[in-house]
Design a protein. Structure first.
Length: 216
């Protein structure tokens, strides 16, 4: 299965991705996670990405596309992949077409998680993540059993630096302007699957699995 997961920040991409990679046994390729890892390890890439990400801006396309190309060239991607957070604009989508052609791969579908923008800010400001295992919580809809502690592994929960109301507004504006046109882009190529992501994470995953049945 060769998939792209599309959707606004807070649309539930991360949670759906975690479910899908388990179900289909494919690698999860999240450019956001790769950048955060680079920042944590203070690599050259991390230095470029930090300030941009903290302010809700994009990392330059050349950097992002190079990173994705390297990742897709690795052996584990031969059985497929789930791209999460990439492509994020038309230029990246065109570059991805070139990369896939070069690697002899073909996209099966682009899944667009459709969510009411009013829900997004609520979801993001209340989002908390495990500092160790990446499990994701929401202080309103999916509280941890013990305040500030991960149910899965017991490590402390953290809030992403870019998950504040100010930065979210920038991220949403850039999303509408640059990423939303990809919906039309993939629709034209007959690759788009639109999924209602306004309900629970579980509901979203079930809808995706149902829609992907025709590829099994
Ligand atoms: P979210 O799912 O909340 O939108 P991500 O974890 O996917 O956030 O990405 C976090 C940040 O990393 C983005 O706001 C952006 O600064 C940077 N980033 C991630 N993917 C890309 C990309 N494909 N192109 C440019 N910047 C990116
Ligand atoms: Zn944890």
């Amino acid at each position: 299965m060769h998939l792209i997961l599309l959707g606004a920040p807070g649309s539930g991409k991360g949670t759906a991705a975690a479910d899908l990679v388990k179900i289909y046994g494919i690698p999860h390729i999240s450019t956001g996670d790769m950048f955060r890892e680079a920042i944590k390890n203070q690599t050259e890439l991390g230095k470029i990405a930090k300030e941009l990400i903290d302010n809700g801006k994009f990392v330059p396309d050349e950097v992002t596309c190079g990173l994705v190309k390297d990742r897709l060239s690795q052996d584990d991607c031969k059985k497929g992949f789930l791209l999460d957070g990439f492509p994020r604009n038309i230029n990246q989508a065109d570059k991805l077409n070139d990369i896939l052609k070069e690697l002899g791969m073909k996209l099966d579908a682009t899944i667009d998680l459709d969510v009411d923008h009013k829900l997004i800010i609520q979801r993001i400001v209340n989002r908390r993540l495990c500092s160790k295992c990446d499990a994701s919580y929401n202080l309103v809809t999916k509280k941890p059993k013990k305040d500030g502690i991960c149910d899965v592994c017991g490590a402390p929960l953290i809030q992403r630096k870019d998950d504040n109301e100010e930065t979210i507004k920038t991220r949403l504006a850039i999303y509408s302007e640059q990423t939303e046109p990809l919906i039309e882009y993939y629709k034209k190529r007959n690759l788009l699957i639109t999924i209602d992501s306004n309900k629970s994470a579980e509901h979203t995953t079930n809808l995706i699995v149902e829609a992907l049945k025709k590829f099994n």
